[in-house]
Design a protein around this ligand. Structure first.
Ligand code: G4P
Length: 530
């Protein structure tokens, strides 16, 4: 077997999503501890030790305690090479999460057991379901008083429209949380002696029917567990790997990331259930990493100014097939020429390091001199195929933006354009005027704050923002249409994108129907094109 194939088979690449504070960082940290990539918790995000968070690049993230950008961590565990993609913890950044999910083969959803699916996360989790990738649920903080377990599962099923299948079951919660019951082996796993911030802990296992099982939990807990198992075996969906692979059934695990209860159990099961790098669709059909020998990758994220001192811009790409060597030349399909992938980087636990070699399934960040766009394909295959594009979400909030100091026009335009290229915002112009007035569209309002903050901090430009009442955007598909003759509604506004393509903004959704009725032949689309 080719060497690179065995490397690819070892890869497991997944995104981790959660509501802020549900415990994503703590869980990631524990994974790294089990993998031996770090020695002490707090290295990833040590509020206590005041070390900088690996995944929190921007000041604003620290200020607000949410993670705005995505990052990647790689570590080894049990013969696997694991890539974890971090995602923003707020639904206002669900588009960013969606793009990150494009680079992942599965997703781990962390839920706080005392809160269930939270309002803020609903949209974020739904993009996971939209992507149809396997979703694994880790219900965390079982060491705190949790919601009723059946209610929690019900909550996930109703809110997200995905069936659940508990792989294990919690024994008690809060102070009485003892461990989990493994439904497959029918064993109790009782945890003790764990130390906060370490991977240390003892696990005692005992078959449910054994004397030992009755000794290690209280009589009440034992009886309660027996009742719940009976109910569960009768009511819950059976484990079905095929449904898991299609993203229709989510295996559920319980535990406490802080106290190491159930973390390693989860990691082990999860790694067996999640797939190695999967084939991906291109304009030449499916590209299978186990068959395609040549390097291929697509860009899913662009991030500028990660290091303020260097004003760098990094394009993150998911390698889909083959092998990557530092400094190699590859063909950039959209650019139509060969490019050298320079300064390739990967995040290892707490530091960024240069990559010498990487394989299908891995994520690398390369220096981008401003040539890459989100969705671009790079490959050395003689086939010259392009991977399927990444859809853009229709913005739902709009504002008119201008710089406060007219002398700073140039920086303003540069900054706003660069931030738009990263896909964090979309920019438009008034239909009949030039670039003076810029209209910014975002999916979540928090992105406005990020824009304001970044323009000030990275480009030294203060902006004035006037919110606009529009909530719906439509691209005009038949561009030959005479915009001056278009019969609109009173709540409609004509704008254009940077490529001069006409668009319409609406306050009310019913006006869209009306405009379509008033202008026979008009074709409107909800999705943008890059
Ligand atoms: P996030 O990345 O999803 O935002 O969450 P993070 O891991 O930062 O965890 C948020 C808070 O919840 C942290 O407390 C963390 O210690 C706590 N936490 C995480 N997992 C568990 C768990 O299993 N049980 C309990 N009881 N708490 C958990 P903090 O006080 O905000 O920070 P710190 O001072 O502990 O670092």
């Amino acid at each position: 077997m080719d060497d690179f194939i065995s490397e690819i088979k070892k890869r497991r690449t997944f995104a981790i999503i959660s509501h802020p504070d549900a415990g994503k960082t703590t869980l990631t940290e524990k994974f790294l501890l089990y993998g031996g990539a770090i020695n002490q918790a707090g290295s990833v995000k040590g509020k206590a030790t005041a070390k900088h968070a690996v995944s929190d690049w921007m000041e604003i993230e620290k200020e607000r305690g949410i993670s705005v950008t995505s990052s990647v961590l790689q570590f080894n565990y049990g013969g696997y090479c694991i890539n974890i993609l971090d995602t923003p913890g707020h639904q206002d950044f669900s588009e960013d999460t969606y793009r990150t999910l494009m680079a992942a083969d599965s997703a781990v959803m962390v839920i706080d057991g005392s809160k269930g699916v939270e309002a803020q996360t609903r949209k974020l989790f739904k993009v996971c379901v939209m992507r149809h990738i396997p979703i694994f649920t880790f219900i965390n903080k079982m060491d705190r008083e949790a919601m009723d377990t059946f209610e929690l599962l019900d909550d996930i099923e109703k809110e997200l429209g995905i069936a659940t299948c508990p792989i294990n079951w919690p024994i008690g919660s809060g102070k009485a949380f003892r461990g989990v019951y493994d439904r497959n082996t029918r064993e109790l796993e009782i945890f003790s002696g764990t130390k906060k911030g370490t991977a240390v802990g003892e696990v005692q296992k005992a078959p449910i029917d054994s004397e030992r099982a009755r000794e290690i939990v209280t009589e009440e807990q034992y009886e309660h567990l027996e009742e719940e198992i009976e109910l569960l075996d009768g009511a819950s969906a059976e484990f079905d790997q095929e449904l898991v692979d299609k993203g229709e059934l989510s295996p559920v695990f319980f535990g406490s990331a802080l106290t190491n209860f159930g973390v390693e159990t989860f990691l082990r099961h999860f790694l067996q259930m999640t797939a190695p790098p999967l084939p991906r669709m291109s304009d030449k059909g499916e590209i299978d990493p186990m068959a395609e020998k040549e390097f291929s990758a697509f860009v899913f994220k662009i991030q500028a100014n990660m290091n303020k001192a260097h004003r760098d811009r990094i394009a993150f790409m998911r390698i889909c097939s083959g092998e990557f060597d530092a400094g190699m030349d590859v063909f950039h399909i959209q650019g139509g020429k060969k490019v050298r992938l320079s300064q390739p980087q990967q995040l290892m636990a707490s530091e960024r390091k240069m990559v010498e070699k990487a394989y299908g399934g891995d994520i690398i960040g390369v220096f981008d001199p401003g040539i890459f766009s989100i969705g671009d394909t790079l490959t050395n295959s003689s086939e010259r195929f392009a991977y399927e594009g990444i859809p853009t979400f229709a913005p739902e909030h709009f504002a008119r933006v201008r710089q406060v100091d007219t002398m700073k026009r140039k920086q303003f335009i540069k900054g706003i354009n660069q931030i738009a290229q990263e896909g964090a915002i979309q920019i438009f112009q008034e239909f009949n005027t030039g670039m003076e007035e810029i209209i910014v569209g975002v999916v979540g309002v928090l992105q406005f704050d990020v824009l304001k903050y970044r323009l000030k901090n990275e480009y030294n430009v203060e902006i004035h923002m006037e919110n606009l009442p529009y909530e719906h955007i439509r691209w005009i598909e038949n561009e030959e249409i005479d915009m001056d003759k278009l019969t609109g509604t009173s709540d409609m506004k004509k704008i254009k994108d940077l490529k001069d393509r006409p668009l319409l903004l609406f306050v009310h959704s019913w006006s869209i129907r009306m405009v379509l009725d008033r202008n026979p032949g008009l074709l409107l689309s909800e999705f943008g094109r890059s």
